[in-house]
Design a protein around this ligand. Sequence first.
Ligand code: 1CP
Length: 346
Amino acid sequence: MKPLLQALKGNILSPPPVWFMRQAGRYLPEYREVRSRAGSFLDLCKTPELAEKVTLQPVHRFGMDGAILFSDILVVAEALGQKLWFEEGTGPRLEALDSADDLNRLTTRHFHEHLHPVYQTLERLQESVPATVTRIGFAGAPWTVASYMIEGGSSRDFLKSRLWAYRDPNSFARLIELLVDVTSDYLVHQVSAGAEAVQLFDSWAGIWPEAEFRRWSLEPCRRIIERVHESYPEVPVIYFPRGAGVLYEACAVESGAQALSLDSSVPLRWARDVLQPHVTLQGNLDPACLVAGGRAMESAAESLLRMLDEGPFIFNLGHGIDKTTPPEHVTELMEIIRGKSAQAPT
Ligand code: 1CP
């Protein structure tokens, strides 16, 4: 079995398998080259030959154990009929949802047709991903996707979305329910097209108090994971409730996920003692260490390996690769992970 899948099944590997969130992207000159040919970022996501190519770029250059589908979490909003575009420098923009009435503008009628290029990319990857490398599909969690749909783009405080949830929980629940449904379906289709594991990105989970975290982040994700497992009981799900703090424990015990992706703020000793008995852990090197390189990167990577690689573990970052990361630092980090762990007793 492929190393990443073995770790997701709870096996302890030395060296641990490794991949990096957002491993394809602007920090790679070969990505910038393809991106400039594609037109817009969304065109790149929707052109299977090019999306396949950029998915493979980091795998070929660095030899990661996972190849994550090249797409974006926000294509789901677009597939529901919401207008989406990406502005250079400012990131994603959407025609914002302002009220319960706006939910009526959303439709599932063309959902899978719209996402067909994503499925085609995964089908192509079945032929081209190296034999030992795991194909990872993904989706945004309902809360994180809803926040972009309501804010109309990135936000610092998500106040509009939070106020909607507090003032009109029924219509907010309608949006979350819709996203639970389509996201479950989307992931099942990704697996049918060739994804061997899937990751749910709840990048903004950490903004909520406990009760709302459970209601709007954990419970919707638990239901999606359950739905994926109803169709594909063997397919591992990696859950990334970024910023969940001590609530990572509830995620480990209650979500049904096989692995938790840890953000960089999660203390390693606590993660080892409290979370790792329940699930495979993935993470959590600070992406800034990878930009910095040198001693800072080396010592952080070594303590991560020392602390977590006696249980089921996948080396990753605590969040996506920064676009200013020097590619040579990624090469060095791969050497640290593979070299150092290879010498450790098994
Ligand atoms: O051309 C470009 O460089 C556009 C930048 C870019 C890229 C490379 C965006 C816009 N998305 C992506 C790809 C992407 N997004 C992947 C590809 C696979 C890989 O990991 O290599 C994935 C998994 C995502 C997921 C994603 N998109 C998340 C969840 C993970 C996270 O980083 O928290 C989120 C929040 C988004 C929204 C989004 N899309 C793009 C940007 C710049 C953002 C973040 C905006 C913000 O911070 O609010």
